[in-house]
Design a protein around this ligand. Structure first.
Ligand code: ADP
Length: 528
């Protein structure tokens, strides 16, 4: 059958039992069926899997699905097999298979039975597999978790970098990239590395209007604060993320002692215990899982009511991903993060042993988390801006769902300061990151400023009336408003945008609020 003649609604009902497509699924599927390279960016739970599963099932040939996690591949294969009477409809190809199992997989593919073949990227480096795949009809290659290709993603995997080369050897097959995390920089990396700049891109909104965001100062009373919070949400399911295994154990114990049903989850526990704790959470035998980031990938519990970050995450991508596990059913989802600058310093220290390029990326990503925590503007607007999405604080869905919007700080007119800031960025010739811009404004020198002789300029010290913190807050707000942009490639050099240049010439009102001040003396920082 010609793909244009296929009634995809009927096929959706037949295979998956759903009456309609979710979000952009229909457009994506049509693009895939038309053999067009396709790029899908949808938040977790958006229904990405079906975007490639359905076209694979209804087309001739086998679709190759590249996925980074063996456990997830197995789940997906089981799910597909349950839709059909034929086990051979989906297979995983990996090094753990026996010789006779591999023979069976190849037989099923050759006979046209297998519609979906899941492979880990490292399996595709095996010459023998590539040769075999060259000899059979391939409908398309889907690359799941495509952000793994980018060093700017939160889960960089070098094996993903070979994919383009391998796919090219398979002939002219369409490529589908899918991800739930895509800052503009990661998107660009994916398209470039997969050589699919011609891809039709489908991007769903990342706004989760039912999630409430709050950041609290991390003090030595954090444990009683968490206990109080959980007791206020009695009987509801929640996840608490900690950075270290030791902290996970400690918090789980404190909760248990305080009559809260909680279990720990981290990679240091044996597989049996991990599976047991995960099941207990899914089956609602316990309310709370205290976990490291090892917990959550592929977990589809719809009614998680809160996600608490005991320690700040390393990037906003991770934060979005982890908080995204709350309220998947559209119901209440409370996302609370505890913040302390000491934690940031600890994380920076951990990173200092890594290769320089990796460190720079790590610092830049962490600075975004700091900015998110310290900002006094709409947290939703801030997060969505980070993902390249404009959000209206007035009319956007969920606009009042965060601590900053509910309890706004006083605002004041900052038009003149914005002009001053923009001029300094412009007149220092787009050479500086926030730090040097602020130093220039307040008249402080460092080696970089000396080297460029900025301290001899007449605008040096032009913003001395305000403190460093004030300028930092203003830079963050001006970035989100699009008057400045930050160049990620150079790890954060500021540039005045066209909109910013326009503002210098025709200034208008700019209302700003001061960032939060966190009381460092009461800190309880990450204890490892
Ligand atoms: P993602 O991979 O984007 O995180 P999934 O593919 O796991 O999302 O899908 C999330 C959930 O949505 C799954 O439970 C899936 O069965 C469901 N789903 C997907 N498409 C549809 C649809 N068209 N109608 C109803 N439910 C759907």
């Amino acid at each position: 059958m010609n793909s244009s003649e296929i009634d995809i609604h009927k096929e959706l009902k037949k295979y998956f039992g759903f009456n309609q497509f979710k979000g952009l699924q229909e457009q994506v599927i049509k693009s895939i069926l038309a053999q067009i390279n396709t790029f899908v960016i949808m938040p977790t739970g958006g229904g990405k899997s079906l975007c490639y599963q359905l076209p694979a099932l209804i087309q001739g040939g086998t679709a190759i699905v590249v996925s980074p996690l063996i456990a997830l591949m197995k789940n997906q294969v089981d799910a597909i097999r349950s839709l059909s009477s034929e086990n051979g409809i989906a297979h995983v190809l990996n090094s753990s298979l026996t010789k006779s199992e591999i023979t069976q997989v190849k037989k099923d593919i050759t006979s046209g039975l297998t519609k979906l073949l899941y492979v880990a990227p490292e399996s595709l480096t095996k010459e023998e597999y590539v040769q075999f795949l060259q000899s059979v009809p391939i409908s398309f290659v889907a690359i799941d978790e495509a952000h793994c290709i980018s060093e700017w993603g939160h889960d960089f995997r070098p094996e993903y970098r070979n994919l383009r080369h391998i796919i090219k050897q398979l002939g002219n097959v369409p490529v589908i990239g899918l991800t739930a995390t895509a800052t503009p920089k990661v998107q660009e990396d994916i398209l470039k590395n997969l050589d699919m700049s011609d891809a039709r891109t489908f991007k769903a909104s990342f706004n989760r209007p039912n999630l409430f965001y709050e950041v609290r100062t991390k003090t030595k009373n954090i444990e009683s604060d968490i206990i109080r919070f959980i007791k206020q949400h009695k009987g509801k399911s929640g996840i608490i993320y900690c950075l270290s295994r030791k902290k996970v154990e400690a918090i789980a114990e404190v909760l248990q002692v305080n009559g809260i049903s909680a279990v720990p989850y981290h990679a240091g526990l044996d597989a049996k215990t991990r599976a047991k704790h995960q099941d207990m959470f899914l089956m609602e035998d316990v309310d709370v899982v205290v976990a490291t980031i090892a917990f959550g990938m592929g977990i589809d519990k719809p009614d998680v009511r809160f996600v608490i970050h005991h320690d700040i995450p390393k990037s906003l991508e991770s934060y979005y991903q982890e908080t995204g596990r709350a309220g998947r059913d559209g119901g209440e989802g409370y996302c609370m993060a505890y913040y302390s600058y000491k934690d940031v310093e600890k994380l920076e220290k951990f990173m200092s042993g890594k290769p320089v390029a990796e460190q720079e990326i790590g610092f830049a990503l962490l600075q975004e988390v700091v900015a998110y925590a310290e900002t006094s503007m709409s947290r939703r607007k801030f997060l969505l801006h980070y993902f390249g999405e404009e959000f209206s604080s007035e009319t956007g869905e969920g606009a009042d769902m965060d601590d900053n919007v509910r309890n706004p700080k006083g605002k004041k007119e900052a038009m003149d300061e914005v002009v001053k800031l923009l001029k300094v960025v412009r007149d220092t010739k787009h050479l500086y990151k926030s730090k040097e811009i602020i130093f220039t404004l307040i008249g402080r020198v460092n080696a970089v400023i000396k080297a460029h002789r900025t301290d001899a300029q007449q605008f040096f010290g032009s913003g001395v009336d305000f403190e460093e913190r004030h300028w930092m807050a203003l830079i963050r707000q001006v970035l989100v408003e699009g008057l400045l942009s930050k160049d990620i490639e150079t790890y954060g050099i500021l540039k005045v945008t066209d909109k910013g240049l326009d503002f210098i010439n025709h200034p208008t009102s700019f209302m700003m609020s001061e960032d939060h001040e966190y009381n460092e003396s009461e800190d309880e920082s990450i204890v490892t």
